[in-house]
Design a protein around this ligand. Structure first.
Ligand SMILES: Nc1ncnc2c1ncn2[C@@H]1O[C@H](COP(=O)(O)OP(=O)(O)O)[C@@H](O)[C@H]1O
Ligand SMILES: [Mg+2]
Length: 324
């Protein structure tokens, strides 16, 4: 794929999703950037804010195969990865593949299942492979998890294990729409669908192959100056040196930030990363990787998000970034 086509295709994808999901284009852009960087996305927000709709609309617009798992308290790991079943007519054990064998997996209300079940997703997300009864199977490419969760304070939820959080490239919140007009727009759109779920109405802009071609072009063609790497590294290290923080960002946090900034540059038609790309994503990429010290965990004015903002305001921004 030519680099010029990337920007055009991205705009079409964003327009298409925006025809169904009412919200800020920047939010959609962030989801797309994460997916183009081959990263998993976690949406966290109260029920009814359009998380499931956004995940479905995104999957449908990309034209990739997708499957959905509704996480419940009694879900089993085999319901996610699959299992071997005895076929009496063939007298053999055959693999019944679980929903992870797809391109985009919608993991809905992921924190309603206990950690053991959430962990079944762990190997899939990090290794892009799955082991079922001793046999390892490669997952499809691309393989992206779009997960949703309710805020952890809500009843009947199990917080995701730390190791699992780190595997999401980005954590986003859909939030309420800003204005009265947009609130009414949600109602108008809904009336136009004449059904609850508009997924069948949404056209596909790309497909498995062309989406992967987008990812590969970005990986290959977007240039990152040495100073950008230094800038990201400074930010990531500062999360570990902060006195409120028990565990700071892993190197995976820094890698994630550098990957997503490349995708963001390409969405904006640039084949080089600028410091503003880093600033735009640092909070969404790093906040969920930071664990506060116990004594600050419940203090309202000390949050991981504020710590990242503070780090950004204090970290020297490179001024002489080259374009290649
Ligand atoms: N931002 C939005 N844009 C369009 N429709 C929305 C939006 N937020 C909520 N809705 C409507 O509310 C319904 C519930 O949204 P849903 O995606 O199921 O919420 P969640 O998964 O966050 O609980 C959707 O089917 C849609 O009709
Ligand atoms: Mg939902």
């Amino acid at each position: 794929m030519k680099f010029d086509e990337v920007n055009e295709t991205c705009n079409k994808l964003l327009d298409t999703i925006g025809n169904y999901f009412v919200g800020e284009r920047l939010l959609l852009q962030k989801v797309l950037a994460a997916a183009l960087a081959n990263g998993h996305v976690l949406f966290e927000d109260n029920p009814g804010l359009g998380k499931t709709l956004l995940a479905k609309a995104f999957a449908k617009a990309t034209g990739c195969d997708y499957k959905r798992i509704q996480f419940t308290p009694d879900l089993m790991p085999a319901d996610i990865v699959g299992t071997k079943v005895w076929k009496s007519e063939k007298e053999t054990l055959t693999l019944e593949k679980g929903p992870v064998f797809t391109h985009i997996l919608l993991a809905d209300e992921i924190n309603r299942s206990p950690p053991k079940v959430q962990s079944a997703l762990l190997e899939c997300m990090a290794e892009r492979q799955v082991t079922i009864e001793g046999e390892t199977h490669k997952l499809e490419s691309p393989f992206l998890v779009l997960a949703t969760q309710n805020p952890i304070e809500m009843e009947g939820t199990y917080p995701l294990p730390e190791a699992q959080m780190d595997r999401f490239l980005i954590k986003l919140s859909t939030g309420y729409v800003r204005t009265l007009e947009l609130e009414a727009e949600i109602l108008k759109r809904r009336a136009g669908w004449r059904r609850d779920d508009p997924v069948d109405l949404i056209p596909s802009v790309t497909n498995n192959q062309s989406f992967q071609a987008l990812q590969e072009t970005i990986e290959k063609d977007v240039y990152v100056d040495e100073q950008i790497f230094t800038y990201i590294s400074k930010i990531v290290r500062a999360t570990r040196e902060n006195s409120y923080v028990e565990v700071g960002s892993s190197p995976r946090g820094g890698l994630s930030l550098s990957k997503i900034t490349k995708a963001n540059a390409a969405i904006n038609g640039r084949d080089y990363v600028v410091p503003d790309d880093v600033k735009l994503y640092a909070k969404d990429v790093l906040t969920h990787r930071i664990m506060l010290r116990m004594e600050y965990a419940f203090e309202k004015n000390i949050t991981s998000a504020k710590i990242v903002e503070d780090i950004l305001s204090k970290t020297e921004v490179p001024t002489q970034v080259t374009r290649r």
